[in-house]
Write a protein that binds this ligand. Structure first.
Ligand code: BEZ
Ligand code: FE
Length: 259
C-alpha cells in the first residue's frame, strides 16, 4: 500500500486515470476463463513474471536457469518413448533434440521426466488450432534413460505472437511494443530429490531473440540448432531427409533443500 500511494503521488494520479486503470483491470479479469489467464499475460508483458522467477531462482549457482511457464501448457502431454517424434504433421524443418539430465555435482539422473511442448513451424500451439493440428501435436512426456540421457525428434519451432485480442494486446499497441516471442521449446523437468525445473531452450539466431515481449530469454538457455548434412546421422536418428537440425544441451537440476 505504501508503494501504491507513493506511485499515485509521484505521477499525481488524476481521477480519469484512476477510472481508466479500474476499467482496464476489470477488462483483464473479464478476459480470463479456464483456458486463458489474461492477468498472467499482463504480468508477463510487464516483466513481473520473469522478475519473480529470477528472484526465486537466483540462489541456484550452476543449475539450469528457469523461465516462464506461459499459458499453453493446458493439455496433458502424451507419454512418448525416447526417439519418438512429437511432430504429428510432417511440415517444417526436421530436428533432433538430444541431452542429458544431471545433478549439480555432474552425476546423471536416471529416470528424470521431461514434459515438452512447442509451437509448430507457423508459430501456433495445437490448442490454438483445434481444426488444423491434431491434439497433442508438439507435445511429449519423456523419461531419461539410465544415464540421464534423452532424445526425441521434432521440427524447428517458429517465433510467434502472444495472444493480442484482449486488453494486454491493447496495452502493447498503446505503448508501441511488438507482441513476439523468439522460437523456443518448453520443458518441465522433474527428478526425485530435486526441485522441479520450468524452462525453455531458445533457438539461437531466432527473430526477436534480443527483444522477447515477455523478457524470458536468458543467455544460458540459447542453444545452437546446428545443420546436419550427414546421411548416416539421419539414418541413426530416423530422420527421413538431410539437411536437418540438431540441438544438444545439458539440464542441471538443483537438489531439494534438506530438512
Ligand atoms: C509461451 O511461451 O508459451 C508464452 C509465455 C508467456 C506469454 C505468452 C506465451
Ligand atoms: Fe511458448
Amino acid at each position: 500500500v505504501r508503494h501504491l500511494h507513493a506511485f499515485a503521488r509521484e505521477v499525481e494520479l488524476t481521477i480519469p486515470e484512476w477510472e481508466y486503470a479500474i476499467q482496464f483491470l476489470t477488462r483483464v479479469g473479464q478476459r480470463c476463463d479456464d483456458e486463458r489467464q489474461e492477468f498472467i499475460l499482463l504480468s508477463d508483458v510487464l516483466g513481473m513474471s520473469m522478475l519473480t522467477e529470477t528472484i526465486s531462482n537466483r540462489k541456484f549457482g550452476v543449475a539450469t536457469e528457469s523461465t516462464v511457464l506461459g499459458p499453453f501448457h493446458v493439455v496433458e502431454s502424451p507419454v512418448r518413448s525416447l526417439g519418438d517424434t512429437i511432430d504429428l504433421v510432417g511440415t517444417g524443418t526436421p530436428c533432433v533434440i538430444t541431452g542429458r539430465v544431471v545433478s549439480v555435482d555432474g552425476s546423471p539422473i536416471p529416470g528424470a521426466t521431461l514434459d515438452v511442448w512447442q509451437a509448430n513451424d507457423q508459430g501456433f500451439y495445437d490448442v490454438q488450432q483445434p481444426d488444423v493440428q491434431p491434439r497433442t501435436n508438439g507435445r511429449g512426456l519423456f523419461t531419461a534413460d539410465a544415464n540421464g540421457e534423452f532424445w526425441f525428434r521434432t521440427i524447428v519451432p517458429s517465433y510467434y505472437p502472444i495472444p493480442t485480442d484482449g486488453p494486454v494486446g491493447e496495452l502493447l499497441i498503446a505503448t508501441g511494443r511488438h507482441a513476439f516471442r523468439p522460437a523456443h521449446i518448453h520443458f518441465i523437468v522433474t527428478a526425485p530429490g530435486h526441485r522441479d525445473l520450468t524452462t525453455h531452450i531458445f533457438v539461437a539466431g531466432s527473430e526477436y531473440i534480443e527483444s522477447d515481449t515477455v523478457f524470458a530469454v536468458k543467455k544460458s538457455l540459447v542453444v545452437d540448432f546446428e545443420e546436419v548434412t550427414d546421411p548416416a546421422r539421419a539414418e541413426e536418428w530416423k530422420v527421413g531427409t538431410v539437411p536437418f537440425r540438431h540441438a544438444d544441451f545439458e539440464i542441471v537440476m538443483q537438489p531439494e533443500a534438506r530438512g
